[in-house]
Unconditional design. Sequence first.
Length: 246
Amino acid sequence: MAGLFITATDTEVGKTVITGAIAAALRGRGCDVGVMKPVASGGVADRMGNIMAEDAAFLMQAAGIDSEESRLVNPVCLAPALTPAVAAAISGVTINIQDFITSFQQLTQLHNPVIVEGVGGIVAPLWKKYTVADLMAELALPVIVVVRPNLGTINHTVLTVEYGRSRGLDIAGIIINGWKQDHAGILETSNEEYIKEMTGLPILGKFPYAPGISVPKGKTAGLAQLAEEHLQMDAIIEVIRGRKEL
Ligand SMILES: Nc1ncnc2c1ncn2[C@@H]1O[C@H](COP(=O)(O)OP(=O)(O)O)[C@@H](O)[C@H]1O
Ligand SMILES: [Mg+2]
């Protein structure tokens, strides 16, 4: 099964935008790509009272996935904007990790590859003491870490990469999101250099701040082109492919 897991140094760093951008670019190249957001919190109720995950809606739109698949794409959506383990507990919901694995396996029967967006950062608790890193290990997917361009990012990035490695995860590269080329000075360029040097990982792209893209507003137009221009899509495909057929 070919796939990829997208994590980040924190919440709100750009996991959804980058997962959507990679999915849109793969779709543009003719791949039947699938997407997954195993658990979302901070879901909002639609007019029918169903709790909807913005992230899943954005990813499905970017990848061109039919709404019939939404239960597989996002098996668990919780209303409180809290880490999933706590959001579930206070909502009286029991999270069964096996559901995530089963849904992922079903998605791989329908699509190839399947790109999975994590939740928060690498050690966000999903259920009791089971974290995002545990899920990454169980799914056995290569991992890309999305990071910020600004102050503090060296520390967050190196900690995330080293923790992932300590768990035996296949951390394949870094994507810097929210890059503003016209404003990139010593801070941004030295951050990029330090991150490369200290992690020994490739920077698989610097994705620009693009005001036309929005997760809450469901704006995905132009994502594929931005990904082709600013992400190293060939290298990302190599990561996904590993020894697997794509
Ligand atoms: N490159 C970008 N250009 C414009 N807006 C962005 C970009 N990356 C993220 N955003 C916005 O910033 C917010 C956080 O991004 P998101 O991808 O949802 O982060 P995460 O999934 O890590 O929580 C969203 O509102 C999203 O629309
Ligand atoms: Mg997200």
